[in-house]
Design a binder for this molecule. Structure first.
Ligand SMILES: *Cc1c(COP(=O)(O)O)cnc(C)c1O
Length: 350
């Protein structure tokens, strides 16, 4: 702590990202990155953009990318907001839409960045416990609130909520903003973007970090009513006019245009997930039903922290959370078939 800090800084509790090891030999199944590379068309678009134009600022509105997203979803570009990763989009949402008297609701087991943003922006929150099966119970959100946010599929459980359940949550809180964080939606859920026209209080966020394999590029988006988008644009333009650089704009747009590659790689991840679940169940693991590119699993006779340490010795890293309710679970990202096999081999005979 330093006397030079603004007072609020000493109370911040920052987010702790999963390890990005410098050792490259490791089988990295800890941060839900895509095991397949980005679309070759996205890479080619970025290579073509590596030219003298980099001396110029990018388009502050990233219109090319907004249009690519709008075309992909068949919506108007005025409903699209973009940011430097969906984490930045979420930060602007918390800042611009969630600072109200009543508490923000989100699941007790959820994306651990939400409480961090609450701390950063001074937002009161009231965690809503998942049920015994680690599922979101929609009735629990039908109470006075200053906003609602949940990932769908949820993280780190991987469990998905059907679209009609999402709609029930929206209907019960017509006077609050409801944010559906769809970081993993392409691996098995149904996007709520189709509901945006009917619910002016709905905001859907997505990222190119997972299903489009561009975690290193930092691009995220939100889709919602233009009034909500305008609030986000105001916050963004009071913070950083150029959150997306020239490479990100063209690379992300090309990734959205390359549907074929996207669908093929999502399918590969889903197939590997199904296979890995079967292999883990064979070893006695209990695996929550996953619609994401990771699974959440526990073993009735083996301590999760111990298993994570053992795997690490074998060069396989997975994520273990110290949070009480889930301390006996491991979150395992879906890798290539070879990486998944390394995980199974690393677990050995249980
Ligand atoms: C990965 C993830 C994000 C952040 O994605 P970025 O676009 O890489 O910032 C947001 N929400 C959830 C639930 C995630 O798992």
């Amino acid at each position: 702590m330093s006397k030079f800090w603004s007072p609020f800084v000493k109370n911040l509790v920052p987010y702790v990202p999963g390890e990005q090891p410098k050792m490259t030999k490791l089988v990295k199944l800890n941060t839900n990155e895509n095991p397949y590379g980005p679309s070759p068309k996205a890479l080619a678009a970025m290579q073509a953009e590596l030219n003298d134009n980099l001396r110029l600022y990018p388009d502050p509105n990233s219109d090319l990318l907004k249009q690519a997203v709008a075309t992909y979803y068949g919506i108007d570009a005025s409903k699209v907001f973009l940011g430097n990763g969906s984490d930045e989009v979420l930060a602007h949402i918390f800042h611009g839409l969630f600072q109200h008297e009543l508490p923000l609701l989100f699941p007790d087991i959820s994306y651990s960045f939400y409480p961090v943003y609450c701390g950063l922006y001074g937002i009161q929150s009231a965690p809503v416990p998942l049920d015994e099966q680690f599922q979101i119970r929609v009735e629990d959100y039908a109470k006075p609130n200053g906003g609602i946010i949940f990932p769908n599929p949820n993280a780190p459980t991987g469990c998905v909520l059907a679209l009609d359940a999402v709609e029930q949550i929206l209907k019960a809180s017509p006077d609050s903003v409801v944010v559906v964080d769809e970081a993993y939606i392409d691996f098995g859920g149904e996007t709520a973007i189709s509901l945006v026209d009917r619910y002016p209080n709905l905001l859907v966020t997505q990222t190119l970090s997972k299903s489009r394999s561009l975690a290193g590029l930092r691009v995220g988006l939100a889709v919602g009513h233009p009034d909500l988008i305008e609030a986000l644009e105001r916050v963004k333009n009071s913070f950083n006019s150029y959150p997306l650089d020239r490479l990100a704009i063209v690379g992300a747009a090309a990734a959205f245009e390359d549907r074929e590659y996207f669908e093929k790689t999502c399918r590969q991840v889903i197939d590997s997930r199904n296979q890995l679940v079967a292999q883990l169940e064979d070893k006695g693991f209990e695996v929550l039903p996953s619609a994401a590119n990771f699974i959440f699993a526990r073993h009735p006779r083996h301590d999760a922290a111990g298993l994570a340490a053992k795997l690490r010795e074998q060069g396989v890293i997975v994520r273990h959370f110290k949070q009480e309710r889930i301390a006996q679970f491991l979150r395992i990202s879906i890798g290539t078939p070879e990486q998944n096999q390394a995980l199974i081999d690393g677990l050995g005979d249980l």
